[in-house]
Design a protein around this ligand. Sequence first.
Ligand code: SAM
Length: 308
Amino acid sequence: MAEQVLRHIPVMLGEAVEGLAVRAGGRYLDGTFGRGGHARAVLSRLGPDGRLLLMDRDPAAIATARAEFAADARVSIRHANFSSLAEWDETAAGLDGVLLDLGVSSPQLDEAARGFSFMADAPLDMRMDPTQGESAADFLARADEREIADVLWVYGEERFSRKIARAIVEDRAGHPLTRTGELAGLIERVIGRREPGKHPATRSFQALRIQVNGELDSLRQGLASALERLNVGGRLSIISFHSLEDRAVKLFIRDHSGRVQGSRRGPPIAAAPARLAAVGKAQFPSEAEQAANPRSRSAVLRVAEKLS
Ligand SMILES: C[S@@+](CC[C@H](N)C(=O)[O-])C[C@H]1O[C@@H](n2cnc3c(N)ncnc32)[C@H](O)[C@@H]1O
C-alpha cells in the first residue's frame, strides 16, 4: 500500500504537547508513537540534554521510529506495551512527562490486512501487536456465547449483543469465522442497518478490538506505572477516543487527587494523600480540527500534574 495512505494526522497536537509543559532539558515518554506526530513536536522543544523515550506495541510503528530517530542520541525506542513502561530501565531516572494518544492509528485502520476494519475483507486479526496474544478470530472461536455477548455489550454498548453472539456461535459451528467481511456481513444480516450513516458492525468491531488488545487493562496499568515514574511537577497528557477510556483516565486522576470518596448515601471515605492534580478541564478538538480530521471527533484530552 502506498506510504501516503498510511499517514496518521496527529490529534490535538498543540494542546497535548502544551499539556506536557516541555522543558528543554527534561525527560519525556511517548507511549503511543504511532507515526510520530506528537513525538516530533516534543522533540522540537528539547535541547541537546533532553531525552525522549518512545514506545509502541505495533512493530510497524516501531520500525518507523527506528528509521527516523535511531541516529538521534536524545531518543530511545522500545517495542512494548506502555503498561510495562516502569520495567524499562530508561524510565528509572524519572520522567517529566508521559503522553498517551490512545487507540489505533490511521495506518492500522487503513491497512486492510491488519483486520481492524469492516470496510475491507481481510483476516480477522485486530491485534496492535500481531506477534502476541489471540486474534479476534481466535477469540470468536474459543469464547462461549455469553462471553462474546458481554464483550460486545460492555466494550461496544451494542444493544443487540446477545443476538449477534448467538448468531456467531451458530455460524461458527459450520465453519470458523476468520474474515472481517464474514463478521461484518453476519452482523448486518442479524441486526440490519439501524443507525443512519453508521455501519451496523461499528460497535462490535470496536468491542472486539478493545478485548483483543486488553486496552482498558493496559491503560490502567500504564497510568499507574506512569505515576510511579513521574517526577514531582511531571505531567500526564492523555488523549482518549471513547467513553470507557476517558472514564478510566478521569477516575484515575480523581482517585489520586485526594478528593473525598464515597457515595452520596454512604459515609465519606477518608481520601488518600493527593499525588496528582488535574490541570484544567477536559479539552476537545476545535471545530476546525474536527472538520479537517473526522477521526479526531471523539477525542478527549486530560492533563494532570504530579504533586510532591
Ligand atoms: C492514535 S495512535 C498514536 C498516533 C501518534 N500520536 C502520532 O501522532 O502519530 C495510537 C498508537 O498507540 C499504539 N498503542 C495503543 N495502545 C498501546 C499500548 N497499550 N502500548 C503501546 N502502544 C499502544 C498503537 O499501536 C498506535 O500505534
